[in-house]
Write a protein that binds this ligand. Structure first.
Ligand SMILES: [Zn+2]
Length: 244
C-alpha cells in the first residue's frame, strides 16, 4: 500500500509539472491581448538534459549483494527518465543507450576502454549547448549497513540547487527517516570534474545493503527513483530560468 500511495504521489508531481509546462506554453503563445503573460518561458530555451547512466560496456560498476551490475540498474533508471523527458517535451540526450559499448581497436585493456569511454562521454557532453547533466549511479560500501540516496554536485550554483532538489525529492520518496543532504562531488570523479555544465551525480542507493539492493532490482523502485529525480529536475528548470 505504501509503495502504491508513494508512486501515486510522485506521478502527481510529474503530472503537476506537465500541467505547469502546458499552462506556461499556452500563456507564452496566447494571441497578443496587450497584457504581459504572468510568466514567459520559451520552450526553445529549455536546457538540454544529458542523462549519464554510469558505467556500461567492460565496466559494470559496483556489484550488488545479489550479483547484479550497477550499470544495468543505472541504465534502466536513466531510460525511464528519458521516456519521462520525451513525454514532458524536455530536450534530452543519453551518454549511452545500451549495456554494450564500442571501443576503438587500439583500446585492448579494460583500463584503456574505461578511459576511452569516460573521455568520449565528456566530449559528448561538452559538445552540447546549454546542458545540464544528471549522472545516475548506485553506491556501495565495504559493510552492509549504509543505505539511502545521496546527490553530489559540481562546483556550480545551479548544480548545487538541482542536487538539493534531487536529494529532497529522493529523501521524501525513498527514505524520509534518513535525510542526507547534497554534497560537493569528489574531485576524483573524472567525468564530473571535466564537464563544462552543471552536473549532479545521483547515488540512488546502496547495492551493498541487502534490503536496498533488493528494492533497486525491482521495476517499481526504479520508476519511483526516476519520478523523484525528474520531479526535482522539473522544479529546477522552472525556477532557474523562467523566473529570470
Ligand atoms: Zn557508479
Amino acid at each position: 500500500m505504501f509503495v502504491v500511495l508513494s508512486l501515486k504521489k510522485l506521478l502527481f508531481w510529474l503530472l503537476l509539472a506537465g500541467i505547469v509546462l502546458l499552462a506556461v506554453y499556452c500563456i507564452a503563445n496566447a494571441p497578443n491581448s496587450g497584457a504581459q503573460p504572468a510568466v514567459s518561458y520559451d520552450l526553445g530555451e529549455l536546457p538540454m538534459l544529458i542523462i549519464d547512466p554510469g558505467h556500461g560496456g567492460v565496466d559494470g560498476g559496483a556489484v550488488s549483494v545479489n550479483g547484479v551490475n550497477e550499470s544495468v540498474i543505472n541504465l534502466d533508471i536513466a531510460k525511464k527518465m528519458e521516456l519521462m523527458c520525451e513525454f514532458m517535451g524536455f530536450p534530452v540526450l543519453m551518454t549511452r543507450e545500451s549495456e554494450e559499448l564500442d571501443y576503438p581497436d587500439d583500446c585492448t585493456t579494460i583500463a584503456a576502454r574505461k578511459r576511452h569511454d569516460q573521455k568520449s562521454r565528456v566530449a559528448f557532453i561538452n559538445a552540447a549547448e546549454n546542458a545540464v547533466v544528471l549522472s545516475i549511479h548506485q553506491n556501495s560500501f565495504p559493510n552492509s549497513k549504509p543505505y539511502g540516496p545521496q546527490s553530489f554536485y559540481t562546483n556550480d550554483e545551479a548544480a548545487q540547487s538541482l542536487a538539493t532538489l534531487v536529494q529532497d525529492c529522493l529523501n521524501e520518496a525513498l527514505c524520509p527517516e534518513k535525510r542526507r543532504v547534497a554534497a560537493p562531488v569528489a574531485k576524483s570523479i573524472y567525468l564530473m570534474k571535466s564537464i563544462d555544465y552543471p552536473g549532479v551525480l545521483v547515488e540512488c542507493g546502496f547495492v551493498s545493503n541487502k534490503r536496498e539492493a533488493a528494492l533497486l532490482e525491482t521495476e517499481e523502485y526504479r520508476l519511483k527513483i526516476a519520478c523523484a529525480v525528474m520531479g526535482a529536475y522539473s522544479q529546477h528548470i522552472f525556477t532557474e530560468d523562467e523566473i529570470g
